[in-house]
Design a protein around this ligand. Structure first.
Ligand code: ADP
Ligand code: MG
Length: 349
């Protein structure tokens, strides 16, 4: 994939020297390429070289198990190859992630669909075969997208796609799961404070500063990506303790047609096109990074009204909606914990 080659080059040119510099001064932070993006782990207290490598081996293992795009064998690729033929034995952790994916597919009435694979391949966004497909091609791909035809047998440990040509794609949830796993390993290693950043999916472990006799713990300050600007540029800042912050937006992967129209990678299974509903991005704040990742895609595809209703119905889940007219709306639980820092955007309360 183009994006992978680009990332690899970027990695060699920029990250390897940085990595070497970092290695000379262990233990913080460390970065590796995985899950199609740059993953950075920063263990602020209690981190050691062994813990960093345990965390990255786990992230790489999740990548190998869950990728849909690789020459190497992955459980997902095996399931896709056997679609319409027979169930495939997979690891327990993949069963759990697929069950979560099915839960959010049902909750969103199919706006989130882990069987989106045929549509992702057809559009090829971020690859050298990206293009605007014809209506008949879109209809044919959509006919193969249906989460109800994903059969999980927990007892047997198998997964089956009922019809030939169907394909799983966990792009909307795998990074979230990897974030939770990284945080679990860090916590089990007695790390009190850490920031795990998997291509913009953030897991903030603990607090920026622990509570000390009489003083309260200080929260982490997490920048919320500006969907109209380069990666790292933010529209505002969030204050959180022990939370995942995950954004889905039009800026992650897209191409611009000859007519100047942007086509991004978050598809609406209702029509087979990138979801168009006035949103530029949705950021979810909640404890589990798997759930935050799934919800960021659920809410982006559902759009503001339905998406906000979903978030309001889930305890301890909050959202930041950024619209194409630069308005920003936040859910009630974030009032007092989010501040706009970029004048181009306005908070609409
Ligand atoms: P990112 O991977 O850029 O952080 P997301 O978590 O929102 O963003 O995931 C986007 C990916 O999810 C796409 O690249 C594609 O693989 C997959 N996807 C796209 N549309 C849907 C959808 N409606 N339901 C489930 N997965 C989707
Ligand atoms: Mg997501």
């Amino acid at each position: 994939m183009v994006i992978n080659t680009m990332l690899q080059k970027t990695f060699v040119v920029f990250c390897v020297p940085l990595l070497l510099a970092v290695c000379a001064k262990p233990p913080s932070p460390r970065l590796e390429l995985a899950l199609g993006t740059v993953c950075t782990v920063n263990l602020f207290e209690g981190g050691n070289a062994q813990l960093y490598s345990d965390i990255f081996s786990r992230i790489q293992e999740i990548d190998r198990t869950m990728t849909a795009f690789s020459e190497e064998f992955s459980d997902i690729i095996a399931i896709n190859k056997q679609a319409g033929i027979e169930p495939v034995q997979v690891r327990d952790d993949l069963i759990a992630v697929l069950e979560t994916a099915l839960y959010y597919a049902a909750l969103s009435g199919g706006a989130f669909d882990p069987t989106i694979g045929p549509l992702v391949t057809l559009w090829g966004i971020g690859t050298d075969s990206q293009r605007i497909p014809g209506d008949a091609e879109i209809a044919a791909a959509l006919a193969l997208v249906n989460w109800r035809d994903l059969v999980i047998d927990r007892e047997a440990g198998t997964v089956f796609l009922r019809r030939a040509g169907m394909a799983l794609d966990l792009g909307a949830i795998a990074k979230g799961y990897a974030g939770d796993e990284a945080a679990r390993i860090a916590r089990e290693g007695n790390v009190q404070r850490a920031i795990i950043d998997l291509g913009g999916n953030i897991v903030a472990v603990g607090s920026r500063e622990a509570a000390q006799n009489g003083t309260e713990a200080l929260p982490w300050r997490i920048g919320v990506q500006n969907p109209l600007d380069e990666r790292g540029a933010s529209i505002g800042v969030l204050w959180v303790h022990n939370a995942s912050v995950v954004t889905s937006g039009v800026y992650e992967r897209y191409f611009v047609s000859d007519e100047g129209k942007h086509y991004h990678h978050l598809f609406d299974p209702a029509n087979g096109y990138p979801a168009e509903n006035g949103l530029l991005s949705v950021t979810i704040v909640t404890e589990s990074s798997t759930i935050a990742d799934a919800l960021s895609t659920v809410v982006f595809v559902l759009g503001f009204e339905y998406g906000k209703a979903v978030i309001d119905s889930i305890p301890n889940a909050e959202a930041i909606f950024v619209f194409d007219d630069c308005r920003v709306i936040i859910t009630d639980g974030l009032i007092g914990f989010f501040m706009i820092t970029n004048d181009a955007f306005t908070l609409d309360l």
